[in-house]
Design a protein around this ligand. Structure first.
Ligand SMILES: Cc1cc2nc3c(=O)[nH]c(=O)nc-3n(C[C@H](O)[C@H](O)[C@H](O)COP(=O)(O)O)c2cc1C
Length: 334
């Protein structure tokens, strides 16, 4: 199962952790970094308009150097604002920028961006052109197979061709369509069936393009298998809900020897970052809420999560909460 020869360092995208609103913030990314040194980590989607018009850019863009390789995901449909966002991403030290063409939420649709842009490949091409003209950062696109009744292989090919022709470097395809009318965002991640075969057809038709698979890859071996056909494997919910499931991913995907890691070691690794965050006025809960997912399927897991939850929300507990949580796990051999 182990890759034969390690891929070059710039191929972080072989395995990536998907952009997920309210999940993949900088604290979760630091947690995921304790588990994989090599994975490409995505931010939550940052709306270009909000970023450009807000004087506090750091609120959206700050990250710790250990999070790299890291991709900033941007949402928007205004080429000028998008290109300014790419410039900022470059200044902040991001490794690449991804344009969101997959979000089906009504709010995003009302702003004319996200998945609704799949109906406008010309306009997406103008956006990508503006984004690539402004910096040397790779610009990639994350999208669906189609939307509503615009859902044929021909339209998908046309979309990808047009966007590739202006410099999009890679395409991450959430392998299901989105219904913009009638399904909410959560249903749009489960109800339309996954159709990996359609992504495979696209890759076969356009072997020179970098095509990554996303959707329903739940175990490291799913990703390993996906790489037989595709250029990258992106994992969302299974990474967030089961972070330790991915502890051998660097070995499986990148052919690198991995160090043994368990839940208590991950928490110990978080402590210096949490301390810095607290010193800057943040809350320990911002780390603890993600750390809750580290312990599952063992006796006492539920109690440990309950205790961590309540301790992290009490006043003046701060870093001791994480230290105590790590100690309890160490005592239990976890
Ligand atoms: C809570 C949540 C938030 C998400 N937010 C985003 C987002 O900000 N940008 C995006 O492109 N996709 C977003 N997605 C979709 C995921 O990136 C991914 O495409 C989807 O969950 C399918 O992959 P999975 O089956 O591995 O979870 C979100 C998914 C979830 C569950």
């Amino acid at each position: 199962m182990v890759a034969k020869s390690p891929p070059p360092i710039n191929q972080a995208y072989l395995f990536s952790v998907a952009p997920m609103m309210d999940c993949t913030d900088k604290h979760f990314r630091v947690l995921m970094r304790q588990i994989s040194r090599r994975a490409l980590l995505y931010t939550e989607m940052v709306v270009a308009k909000a970023l450009i018009h807000n004087p506090n850019k750091g609120y959206f863009l700050d990250f710790s150097p250990i999070e790299s390789p890291i991709a900033l995901q941007i949402g928007g449909d205004d080429p000028k604002l998008l290109s300014e966002a790419v410039k900022l991403a470059e200044e902040w030290g991001y490794d690449e920028v991804n344009l969101n063409i997959g979000c089906p939420s009504p709010k995003v649709k009302a702003g004319n961006f996200g998945a609704s842009l799949m109906a406008k490949p010309d306009h997406v091409a103008r956006c990508i052109e503006a984004m690539t003209s402004r910096s040397t950062l790779p610009v990639t696109v994350k999208h669906r197979l189609g939307i509503d009744n615009l859902d044929t292989d021909e339209l998908l090919l046309k979309f990808v061709d047009q966007v590739a022709s202006v410099g999009a470097k890679r395409f991450v395809i959430h392998a299901r369509k989105a219904w913009l009318e009638g399904l909410n965002p959560k249903q749009n991640r489960t109800v339309p069936p996954l159709q990996y075969e359609r992504v495979a057809i696209l890759k076969k038709e356009r072997p020179h393009l970098k095509i990554e698979l996303n959707g329903g890859l739940n175990y490291p071996n799913d990703c390993f298998k996906a790489l037989e056909t595709f250029d990258g494997a992106m994992v969302g919910r299974a990474a967030y809900s089961h972070p330790l499931r991915w502890q051998q991913i660097d070995e499986i995907i990148y052919g690198e020897k991995t160090q043994f890691i368990n839940a208590s070691k991950v928490i110990r690794g978080l402590i210096p970052h949490a301390q810095k965050h607290i010193d800057e006025g943040g809350k320990v809960w911002d780390f603890c809420r993600h750390a809750l997912q580290l312990v599952e399927g063992v006796p006492g897991a539920r109690l440990w999560r309950k205790n961590l939850c309540s301790a992290a929300q009490q006043k003046n507990k701060e870093i001791n909460v994480l230290e105590a949580a790590a100690r309890q796990l160490e005592d239990a051999g976890l």
